[in-house]
Design a protein around this ligand. Structure first.
Ligand code: FAD
Length: 386
């Protein structure tokens, strides 16, 4: 709880009034030579009054990369001290601070391009926005940012204030909580994959994940809030079995689930499917998970490392290989959870699950889908995908 100076009433921390959490730990979970960088961070919630349950997420209020902000100021020869309006109420901040803390500068949208067309004589931009060039426009915005646009379509007849007014507000990033507060009082842990890619000749960095990977030191603070997730949580009763599919950073909430079940000494069985590229470099939380398995807290642990074999193996293949046992668990009332990549993994796992039910339950595809729908209605099929 925080006491406000005016009325001395306790104020709960929230998205609009985030808590400054101290960083206790920030380490890379991947081995040297991995193509991935996954940060494990531990934050203190000491004297915040904040709490959470397994399945909840933590929101982080990020800041933009100072190097990118400097490149923008240099490109446009803007004075970093120029006051710019940052909200509807008319509050202002110096330009450099506003670009760092208030606006999305790595995201380019069709709307921004449509609005900036009035601010330049550049014919190329006008052409790009013609209805018949919709595909080129989509292609242009993908992987490009504000700096690209300002470089590509000048000269500009607009003030910094005008251009900034077209930008989207910098939004908090959410991360599935990777700890149980019962196991780690006054702490919250996260598992964050650094987003880095090269596009159009420049190295690009995810705003929040790379802030954590490159600029956040132990001892620093980070503005955070709890984002409850009513649709992703452990069964109320500890005697229910759980099946968890969480490759890559999808492991995060399941570390929380397992820690919680270890503390509360539940009797339900737990089965985890984890996957990533290489066993030697990318087996996140390997020691902990193997220890949980030895201790009987994790009943089964299936792994799939896609780049260790000629034929790529993913978590859904492990589900299919274990279809008989998997269906046995489902018939017995197990809860099925999926976390991680929405675009490919969650769809593949969904289809694999239907195949398992179809095969082992000797059902038609439609019957298997209906079975899964029923599980969903009973809250026994839950997803936290992004
Ligand atoms: C409920 C929830 C839980 C989540 N839990 C976790 C978690 O536990 N761990 C975790 O790491 N993340 C998690 N995420 C994702 C996280 O919130 C962020 O989206 C992620 O960290 C990227 O944020 P960023 O600020 O680093 O990148 P941003 O600056 O937001 O950039 C990401 C964007 O870059 C673009 N992009 C990425 N790669 C490419 C490419 N190759 N080419 C072109 N464009 C590209 C995409 O448009 C992408 O949306 C979760 C999301 C949600 C909604």
């Amino acid at each position: 709880m925080q006491l406000t100076a005016v009325n001395k009433m306790p104020t709960a921390f929230s998205r609009t009034n985030p808590f400054q959490a101290k960083v206790h730990k920030n380490v890379n979970l991947n081995g040297t030579g991995s193509s991935k960088e996954t940060r494990h961070i531990e934050l203190s919630l000491n004297s915040s009054g904040l709490s959470y349950v397994p399945g909840d997420a933590l929101g982080i209020i990020p800041q933009n990369d100072p190097e990118l902000v400097a490149s923008l100021l240099e490109e446009m020869e803007w004075d970093e001290e120029t006051p710019v309006t940052i909200n509807k109420e008319g509050d202002t901040l110096p330009l450099k601070e506003a670009l760092t803390t208030r606006f999305e500068i790595t995201l380019l949208t069709k709307k921004i391009l449509q609005q900036t067309v009035e601010l330049t004589e550049n014919e190329e931009l006008r052409k790009l926005l013609l209805v018949e060039n919709a595909n080129q426009l989509k292609e242009y915005t993908y992987g490009r940012d504000l700096l690209d646009m300002l470089r590509d379509f000048g000269p500009w007849n607009a003030s910094a204030e005008k251009i900034v007014s077209l930008l989207r507000k910098l939004t908090p990033r959410l991360y599935s909580i990777a700890s149980s507060i019962a196991a780690n009082p006054e702490e919250v842990h996260l598992t964050i994959g650094a987003v880095r890619y090269t596009a159009h000749g420049r190295e690009r960095k995810g705003v929040c994940s790379v802030l954590v990977a490159e600029r956040l030191q132990e001892g620093d603070t980070l503005p955070v809030f709890i984002q409850p997730n009513k649709h992703f949580h452990l069964p109320e009763s500890g005697d229910k079995d759980i099946i968890m599919v969480g490759p890559g950073t999808g492991i995060a909430p399941f570390r929380s689930f397992i820690q919680e079940r270890a503390v509360t000494k539940t009797t339900g069985r737990s089965w985890l499917f984890f996957g990533d590229q290489h066993a030697a470099l990318d087996f996140l939380y390997q020691d902990e998970l193997e220890q949980y398995q030895k201790d009987g807290i994790l009943t089964r642990l299936e792994t799939a490392f896609s780049r260790d074999t000629e034929q790529k193996v993913y978590v859904q293949h492990r589900m299919l290989e274990n279809s008989k046992e998997l269906f046995g668990w489902l018939k017995n009332g197990a809860y099925f959870y999926v976390c991680g990549d929405k675009q490919y993994m969650a769809k593949d796992v969904h289809n694999a699950l239907i195949s398992v039910i179809e095969k082992e339950g000797t059902m038609t595809r439609e019957e298997a889908e209906a079975y899964l729908n029923e599980m969903r209605e009973q809250g026994r099929y839950q997803r936290d995908v992004y």
